[in-house]
Design a protein. Structure first.
Ligand code: HAM
Length: 417
């Protein structure tokens, strides 16, 4: 139970305490290992960017840009925004640093904090973490399937079960024209009965009406993008499905899946887990073949996804682990404390986690602390041990104590047993 203080963390943000941080570290290690096994290279980017970057790339008509960004002015009057998603920053980085000169294909991954001013609830936060992957330069559906597989590999390695993959193709700007025309004519006369968001989307990006959670049933007969795909988009989608089959990845085709960001073309996909409740989308992504050119680069295809790590943590089996230290030092006087300190530092250099009481409290207090820290071993040194050149090594799990020469190699050998 904490103390009452005038300060609390801000709604929608979370503190991660040591026991939970151990789990986070393990998860991040798995993500890094898996991503690197696919030859994705890690990138890290700033917490904030020019607001226009997101306006232009995430898209003016999206909920993110319309109502969820943390935007502020710096002292020079520039409008800045805490990054709500990673794709715009990766594209900016790619263009700004000329990364296209490094080869036709660039594969990136990131583990980053994102910020969105949404109504906080379980699985939805204002500051959250994503891992994401972006492949720039490949037009192939193989890339889309590989991206999907890399995320599924992470879930599998973490023993996260019950993930469903939904896929769709929303076509390219060419075939989307016909679809939007048809959708608009379907919606004509129905707009009064639809929600405010749908009415706004009708004017700005009608396709996103299909995404509406409120009016889903009223729109069940609406035309869907996959009915209007041009030959190239249809073949691409067929190829994507074949590649998933080849990889033995099960999927559902959701013809109403359009995703909430403006830059997508062709393939879109999402990972869902129904046990997460209303925030059941664990991750999502798709192809964004037009974005690089739109942002000032060459005509370059691209594809990617991001997974919400906070949501993933809710599905992670097992409990928080206890924090523990390998070795805790207990000493009786100044001289033994100094000798012990030397041993401790050598053990730290050899990779053991070690600690001691810096306040030189009573032996009883030091043992209490060793227990509290879940020490695996305690090294005990007193006047007698110094005289005889030995240490007492106590295995805290077995409760057994052994005398060993005060020599680092011999101590290490014993700790490794
Ligand atoms: P997104 O669908 O906006 O896509 O976000 C991806 C994932 O981030 C979601 O599926 C969800 O798990 C997590 N997420 C989103 N908002 C929150 C929140 N408020 N609290 C907790 N978790 C959240 C993107 O961000 C795209 N950049 C993905 C992408 C990469 N597309 C192509 N490349």
């Amino acid at each position: 139970m904490g103390l009452k203080s005038e300060f609390k963390n801000i709604k929608g943000t979370r503190d991660i305490l040591p026991e939970e941080a151990i789990r986070w570290k393990k998860v991040e290690d798995v993500i890094r290992k898996k991503m690197e096994s696919y030859n994705f290279q890690e990138v890290r980017f700033p917490a904030f960017e020019a607001t226009d970057l997101f306006r232009k790339s995430t898209g003016e008509s999206t909920d993110i840009v319309k109502k969820e960004m943390f935007t502020f002015e710096d002292m020079g009057g520039r409008s800045l925004t805490l990054k709500p998603e990673g794709t715009p920053s990766v594209v900016r980085m790619y263009l700004q640093h000329g990364l296209f000169n490094r080869g036709a294909l660039q594969k990136f991954y990131y583990i980053e904090r994102m910020f969105r001013q949404e109504r906080p609830q379980k699985g939805r936060y204002r500051e959250f973490r994503q891992f994401g992957a972006e492949v720039i330069g490949s037009v192939s559906a193989e890339t889309d399937a590989e991206l999907v597989k890399s995320a599924l590999d992470v879930f599998k390695e973490l023993n996260i079960k019950g993930i469903e993959l939904n896929i769709n193709s929303i076509g390219c700007p060419r075939c989307r024209k016909d679809f939007v025309k048809e959708l608009k004519s379907f919606l004509k006369g129905k707009l009064n009965g639809l929600c405010e968001d749908c009415n706004r989307r009708y004017a700005e990006n009608p396709m996103r009406i299909l995404d509406c959670k409120i009016d889903r049933t009223k729109l069940k007969d609406a035309p869907v993008p996959s009915d209007f795909l041009c030959d190239e988009c249809r073949e691409h989608f067929e190829d994507f499905k074949k590649r998933l089959d080849f990889l033995k990845i099960k999927f559902n085709i959701d013809s109403r899946l359009v995703r909430g960001l403006d830059y997508y073309t062709k393939t879109v996909f999402e990972f869902v887990n129904t046990s997460l409740g209303s925030q059941n989308e664990l991750g999502g992504g798709g192809r964004y073949d037009e974005l690089i050119k739109f942002m000032g680069g060459e005509d370059t295809p691209a594809s990617g996804y991001a997974v919400g790590i906070d949501r993933m943590m809710l599905l992670l089996p097992g409990k928080d682990e206890k924090i523990s230290v390998d070795v805790y030092l207990v000493t009786f006087d100044v001289e033994s404390d100094l000798a012990g300190f030397e041993i401790l530092n050598e053990l730290r250099e050899r990779g053991f986690s070690c600690d001691k009481d810096p306040m030189r409290r009573s032996v009883k207090a030091q043992f209490r602390e060793a227990d509290r820290q879940n020490a695996k071993w305690v090294i005990i040194i007193g006047e007698n041990e110094i005289k005889r050149g030995v240490v007492q090594l106590k295995n805290m799990n077995k409760g057994k104590q052994k005398e060993i020469p005060m020599e680092i190699d011999k101590i290490v050998k014993e700790l490794k047993c």
